[in-house]
Design a protein around this ligand. Structure first.
Ligand code: F6R
Length: 644
């Protein structure tokens, strides 16, 4: 179990929601149900000798759905010969062969692997040049949908702007297929696919909201916590063209299919006590009291009966007897998460501490998806573990090579070249000069050569080694796993293979750690963090019966993008001003990621700034709840393998 999302069920649990929402624990189980529905429809229509018209989406959300349809075709013999498809949109301008095109996407993920008749596939044409041609095309697209009998089932994703298709805020209910301009946030989100913001097209052709609304059934998919705010706004908010997806509230046959992360801001998940009877475990009680403190602007020990009553929490008073009693229970619970001894405090009573006192010292493995996540997310704790005498190993899961800008590599090669010229050879072209030429002649978006990528990977290794040296982790305890799934040379990664898992298993069995830290960050914009975590979890499945593993505590930190909610935290490690400065310097060692990293997400701050802001905010939150005032805090959630 990673984080328990309490989601109210039963009658009335969805009473804040203005359209049907089906919540699944994971996207995997959700897509199975949706794929089943699609196939049932396709087969029912085939049995009647009819074609089935599907409206299809691209993006990250439907990928697993398409994988399941391909599986059903390959393993269960499901046929798609009676299927006609219309895709929602395509970038403009966009060549069909380009890896970023929705043409490429659809063929790569679905059409090339099923028996659909090629003439039945329709995708907007991103190669059209002038507006007249585009308008003509859009009209003919609408006509083709009508000719095909209208869309039976439309699959949608949702953008963080609330767009469906590329109908950005401001799109009207009656809009039809047309040329549109992409919203700034949408362009930022697409940057991960294009490598840099400048390369993302600013226009697209999209079906209109009106076109989508005419589909006989609509299923919208959303996964992950990044979608949680827009799902809440869409499902619980007012219908408005500033969130175009809210128009779906007016559709008579719409279904949202989302995972528990995307559901996490819906009232039934965020404040389940407002919608149904709940079972008050410690974490849910903490969540309710923290929310209450934030609502009434008081620290825990000052919240009164009246505050509980006014905010739908009488239940808690009933359970504990009085506001004071709830307050004290939650205060102690939170107080016990704070520990300056992340590896356990030797010779101390550990009954209320997050970590055990013995064994001491501990063997600690810190997994880091990219070569800088450890210092960004837990640099203070990492330094403390070393200082408190533990055997700390830093484990870098991927090479991180694609996050090195050409410019930065050029500068490094230039240094090597000039050093080289200081040496013996002055004549002829040396290797570094050749590589510099190769870099200088590289076109944007051209795939990287394996040779250059290897240099980028080495650069990141050298940076990680420098940070470790600075913190006090010796080189023999620094492990570079270079997991193969990452090594595609592009943002699109391979699926995890046995080889990836075996590498982790081997290291675990070599070190036999007492304590493991890993990135539990599921909000990573390009998925590497969640893949890295999955690999570790799959490795745990292999070692779960090993004696050492039964005694091993696993702690999850969050990557650069988000912090754990306070109600989930099991350990909070204070970071003093001087430790914060150590952490900042360790982050600085990752020079290739400073000064505007290649994958900044939608946050313009440097990594060290984000880390400091985040850690200071956490300390501030603890302080506002009435705990001691610290400079900063790094927080962790305990992962218990095999528990739900
Ligand atoms: C794609 C499309 C978009 C996406 C949306 C979510 O054809 O029309 O509306 O569905 O941008 O994208 P992902 O799924 O990548 O988060």
């Amino acid at each position: 179990m990673i984080t328990k999302n309490y989601i109210a069920k039963g009658e009335g649990a969805d009473r804040f929601e203005k359209m049907p929402v089906q919540i699944y624990e994971t996207a995997d189980s959700a897509v199975k149900a949706v794929a089943r529905e699609i196939v049932d429809l396709v087969q029912a229509k085939a049995a009647r000798g009819e074609t089935c018209v599907l409206g299809l989406a691209t993006g990250a959300s439907p990928i697993k759905l398409y994988q399941e349809l391909v599986r059903m075709h390959e393993e269960e013999g499901v046929s798609f010969r009676n299927v006609v498809t219309f895709n929602l949109d395509e970038y403009l301008p966009m060549a069909k062969e380009s890896e970023q095109s929705y043409h490429y996407f659809m063929h790569h993920h679905l059409f090339d692997h099923i028996d659909i008749i090629p003439e039945n596939v329709h995708i907007p044409d991103g190669t059209l040049k002038n507006d007249e041609e585009i308008e003509r095309f859009c009209r003919s697209y609408e006509e083709a949908i009508v000719r095909a009998g209208g869309i039976d089932l439309q699959i949608l994703g949702i953008g963080r702007t609330g767009h469906i298709g590329f109908n950005e805020p401001g799109s009207f209910l009656n809009s039809r297929t047309r040329k549109v301009y992409l919203n700034d946030l949408t362009i930022k989100d697409a940057t991960k696919d294009f490598g840099s913001r400048e390369l993302v097209p600013t226009k697209a052709i999209t079906m209109g909201v009106g076109t989508i609304m005419q589909a006989r059934r609509v299923i919208l998919l959303a996964w992950g916590e990044k979608k949680a705010p827009i799902i809440k706004a869409t499902v619980e908010g007012k219908v408005s063209d500033s969130v175009p997806a809210t128009f779906l509230q007016m559709h008579s046959n719409v279904q949202f299919v989302i995972d528990s992360e995307a559901a996490s801001e819906l009232t039934r998940a965020d404040r389940p006590w407002l919608v149904s009877k709940v079972v008050w475990d410690d974490k849910l009680t903490r969540k309710a009291v923290v929310r209450l403190c934030q609502t009434v602007g008081k620290p825990i020990l000052k919240v009164e009966n009246r505050d509980y009553e006014d905010n739908g929490l009488v239940d808690l008073i009933d359970k504990y007897g009085s506001a004071n009693k709830v307050n004290i229970a939650v205060f102690n619970d939170l107080q016990h998460t704070i520990s300056g001894w992340p590896g356990g405090k030797p010779n101390a009573d550990d009954s209320t501490r997050p970590e055990r006192a013995i064994p001491y010292p501990k063997r600690v493995l810190i997994f880091s998806p990219h070569p800088d996540d450890d210092v960004i997310s837990m640099g203070g704790t990492e330094a403390r573990l070393v200082e408190q005498g533990h055997e700390v190993h830093a484990v870098y899961q991927t090479s991180g090579s694609i996050a090195v800008l050409d410019d930065y590599l050029f500068q490094t090669l230039d240094l090597a070249d000039r050093f080289n010229r200081h040496g013996d050879k002055e004549e002829g072209e040396n290797k570094f000069q050749r590589l510099k030429k190769l870099l200088a002649s590289r076109e944007p978006n051209e795939p990287e050569s394996a040779e250059l990528l290897a240099y980028k990977a080495t650069l990141r290794q050298v940076e990680a080694l420098a940070a470790c040296r600075f913190i006090g982790i010796p080189e023999e305890r620094v492990h570079f796993l270079n997991m193969p799934f990452y090594e595609t040379g592009s943002v699109k990664k391979k699926p995890l293979s046995k080889e990836d898992i075996d590498i982790i298993v081997k290291l675990l069995r070599e070190v036999k750690p007492h304590q493991i830290y890993a990135a539990g960050d599921l909000a990573d914009p390009h998925g590497t963090h969640s893949t890295c975590l999955n690999a570790i979890i799959q490795a745990f499945d292999v070692v779960k019966d090993d004696d050492w593993f039964k005694e091993c505590y696993v702690w999850l930190y969050r990557g650069a993008w988000m912090e754990w909610e306070i109600e989930k935290v099991d350990m909070a490690v204070p970071v003093s001003p001087s430790e914060l400065s150590i952490k900042r310097k360790a982050i600085y060692k990752h020079g290739s990621q400073n000064n505007g990293p290649a994958y900044p997400g939608d946050d313009p701050r440097e990594f060290w700034q984000r880390a400091e802001d985040r850690n200071r905010n956490t300390a501030d939150l603890y302080n506002k709840l009435g705990m001691a005032e610290y400079e900063a805090m790094e927080v962790f959630v305990r992962y218990r393998h095999g528990e739900r």
